[in-house]
Design a protein around this ligand. Sequence first.
Ligand code: LMR
Length: 400
Amino acid sequence: FWASVPQGPPDPILGVSEAFAKDQSSNKINVGVGAYRDENGKPYVLESVSKAEDILHQKRSNKEYLPITGEADFVKLASELAYGKDCKALQDGRIAVSQSISGTGALRIATGFLSMFYSGPRVVYLPNPTWGNHIPVVEQTGMRVARYRYFDKKTVGLDFDGMKEDIKAAEQGSIILLHACAQNPTGIDPTQDQWKELCEITKAKKHLVLFDMAYQGFASGDIIRDAFAVRYFVEQGHQILLAQSFAKNLGLYGERIGTFSMVCTNKEEKDRIQSQVKRVIRPLYSSPPLHGAQLVATILGSPELYEQWLGEVKKMADRIIAMRERLYDLLVEFKTPGEWGHIKSQIGMFSFTGLTPEQVDALKDHAHVYMTRDGRISMAGLNEGNIQYFAESVSKAVKG
Ligand code: LMR
């Protein structure tokens, strides 16, 4: 049956983790996948999550199916976190929200829904560069991928003029995907003023905006500040679509928990939309898993655990910022050719180092240091114990 099925390529991000796992070296470092590690390089379970686990264990609730759109408390609390409790559209009951299999699942529901119902151009504009998985998620539902400029190699910053030009030039009513904060892979976000301009441009062009918010809290350590773009666009009347993930900010990677939402014109429209979102979800995975939703609802629903969680997000963000400072200092100390200020100015989990694919390969082959071939590093993979070796290895690779 399958003689003609070719070998598929390794995943550009998760394939790095697979290669890392096979490496026997005791010096090995994985700065590939964007998953938080503590100061000892270990996966980190948030204290607020452990407490919520205890509460759930005591409750011994049943394991019945959830509704297709998910756990009701979770969905309510998660959307308040994203949009803000005072969001008018939320209060009006005109946001259709469903639990999703984390951010990827939310994006898949989005593209599934759009491919069935969107009457505008069947094209999704993605930033260049973007998270690698965005492309197959869009293409697998038969939509076309187009790109807008985002990263300026010369300034190692945002190519805001290029971005605006491309979004303006896109056919009216195109779908524009925007990273809400902590852009992956570049770690470079528009400023609040630039977001305001983008809001106007996309509105004037009647574009449909799809936000991917995988890092709320990780960019600045402040969940409100990081939701600025999403909340501002909604305030300004955009009927956005939103993919929300709790993988990073609650450290719930393997629980696969998030939401997909759509801001509608009114409640009646929301009900119609939600009935069709259910039809997208049902054949994909029937209904979502229970545990992650219960964990998030327990934390967001308890003032005490919520406060604790906010402190923990800030702690993770601060440790990453400290690693940025340290890496910059070490690269300078080792007289590494080039300008490395961007390591400090970029935000969120990643730094887009500017290392070439050849340098990335050399780091893997000679130093057992693993990263994606675009030169992105997950700052969270660094700690006091490995940063010296990492910086020294990078320095050597750059010097050739
Ligand atoms: C990443 O970009 O490393 C993360 O979002 C993990 C993933 O699934 O790719």
